[in-house]
Design a protein around this ligand. Structure first.
Ligand SMILES: Cc1cc2nc3c(=O)[nH]c(=O)nc-3n(C[C@H](O)[C@H](O)[C@H](O)COP(=O)(O)O)c2cc1C
Ligand code: SF4
Length: 461
């Protein structure tokens, strides 16, 4: 496996730079590449100035929502009677997403440095890393990196010799997808059942142990040092408008080369698929799930939103040519989410795909809200019926109305994470649902299961 397969030719890779170096995950390897220089610099800066730089970088959260990172840090009150906390979300469980485990296993110090910079910016002395319980290699490498960071004086009573006290704790989850939702994560971190909290208050004001807290994704944190070492111009240059920095995208499904790719934010989706070797077995593209299982599906159909003013309809770009960033994907009715792309070829059954996703969300619902608990469960049952040929038109209508009652009605967005795909699949592939009902069986018997990109993952060693 060589690095050039995983980035466009000539692209100045930064987030995955050390992934393919032997022992690239060690403190020595990181330090050799100017690692921890950014922290040294930042510890001498005024915390507000640090936040302003992060705001100016247009860094957006890589965990799912794409929230501006500097803005989030700026919400943390300056004065607080309780300690403030930095929490790194390393739970990574969204189907199709497997980038953070690479950073944790192959370059953990970049994430630790980003978290340390965040701590200084919000004047916190405690970093918690909440890591998915199933991770083996990522967990071991992370623990080794935290120990190295203590030994080398990154953490401890005087971070980088600055006199600033900084501690770091690692907490393992127990295998619940919902604990990736930031407030469920905080509940779990506090030793309670991992169930999302009602918001407001948001974690920036009342977070871990009642203190103001920043929760950021692993990749978000790994981006932060680059803003200070490579500089704002470089960082902005790696991204698109309002979407700063490089981006890790994991692609699975029916492409020739599934895997994690580092690309500039805003790369057109069709170019990205070509980079991943194109559609496998010489087949054609049926659909793209762009940002993880919860994101609405894209179809290779003409898209007015992407067209220039006055462009005739026959020349409109296809929906699947959308530039991959948070704003452009939103404009075409989908989301970038956690950038876990799934590519589906022309032999794929859309109903079976949705049915599989519904089973996942029904299983992972925490059960607090009726629209989610009942809606995900019943949607999964109806979809299974439609797929096996015993569904009715009434099932399809109920599926749609159930999704209407799930959207925006619940404590967290897990219910939306199924309702949004349901609505987009029903709208864009109505003919496939109808074909199942009419023929009384699935019209796609040759459906091929593709390996997911993380089938190549070396965890568990
Ligand atoms: C059901 C659910 C699962 C989530 N899982 C994750 C996850 O595994 N990792 C993650 O970073 N964010 C996850 N999120 C998003 C977090 O709630 C939160 O927005 C994110 O950690 C903030 O970090 P960011 O601003 O750096 O993106 C999830 C959200 C929901 C609703
Ligand atoms: S939406 Fe679902 S997962 Fe989220 S709090 Fe409600 S029941 Fe739990």
């Amino acid at each position: 496996m060589s690095a050039h397969l995983y980035a466009p030719e000539g692209f100045d890779v930064a987030l995955s730079k050390r992934w393919f170096e032997p022992e690239g995950y060690t403190y020595e390897a990181y330090r050799k590449d100017d690692g921890y220089d950014a922290l040294e610099k930042v510890l001498k800066m005024d915390p507000d100035e640090v936040i302003e730089q992060v705001k100016a970088s247009n860094l957006r959260g890589r965990g799912g929502a794409g929230f501006p990172t500097g803005l989030k840090w700026g919400f943390v009150p300056k004065e607080s009677d309780t300690p403030k906390y930095v929490v790194v979300n390393a739970d990574e469980s969204e189907p199709g997403t497997y980038k953070d485990r690479y950073t944790l296993a192959r370059d953990p110090h970049s994430m630790l440095e980003g978290a340390a910079i965040c701590a200084h910016a919000i004047q916190s002395h405690d970093i918690y890393i909440y890591i998915r319980g199933e991770f083996g290699l990522s967990y071991r490498r992370l623990m080794a990196a935290v120990k190295e960071a203590y030994d080398k004086g990154v953490f401890g009573d005087s971070s980088m010799g600055s006199g600033y006290k900084l501690d770091c704790y690692v907490h393992r989850g127990a295998g619940a997808y919902i604990c990736g939702e930031e407030t469920a994560l905080l509940e779990s971190l506090e030793g309670k059942i991992g169930r999302p909290r009602l918001k407001p208050p948001f974690p920036a004001v009342v977070g871990a142990f009642g203190g103001p807290t920043v929760v950021n994704n692993v990749e978000t944190m790994a981006c932060v040092p680059l803003i200070f070492t490579r500089g704002l111009d470089w960082f902005l240059g790696q991204g698109s408008d309002k979407n700063g920095g490089p981006k890790l995208i994991c692609v699975s499904g029916h492409v020739e080369r599934p895997g994690v790719y580092e690309v500039p934010n805003g790369m057109p989706c069709d170019e990205f698929i070509a980079l991943a070797g194109g559609i496998w077995k010489g087949r054609s593209l049926k659909a793209v799930i762009p940002g993880g299982s919860s994101t609405p599906i894209l179809k290779p159909q003409p898209c007015q939103v992407l067209a220039k003013e006055g462009q005739p309809e026959s020349e409109w770009p296809l929906e699947t040519q959308v530039p991959l960033d948070f704003d452009n994907l939103k404009a075409v009715g989908s989301m970038f989410g956690s950038a876990g792309m799934m590519v589906l070829d022309d032999k794929t059954c859309i109903v079976r795909t949705l049915s599989t996703l519904a089973d996942f969300y029904a299983h992972e619902s925490c059960g607090q809200c009726s629209p989610c608990r009942e809606g995900t469960g019943w949607s999964a049952k109806m979809l299974r019926r439609i797929e096996d040929g015993s569904g009715t038109e009434e099932d399809v209508r109920t599926l749609k109305s159930a999704s209407d009652y799930m959207l925006g009605m619940t404590i967290c967005v897990l219910a939306d994470a199924l309702a949004m795909p349901v609505q987009s699949y029903l709208e864009k592939f109505a003919d496939e649902f109808a074909a199942h009902l009419e023929s009384g069986k699935c019209p796609y018997p040759e459906y091929d299961l593709a390996p997911t990109g993380d089938a190549f993952w070396e965890d568990g060693q």
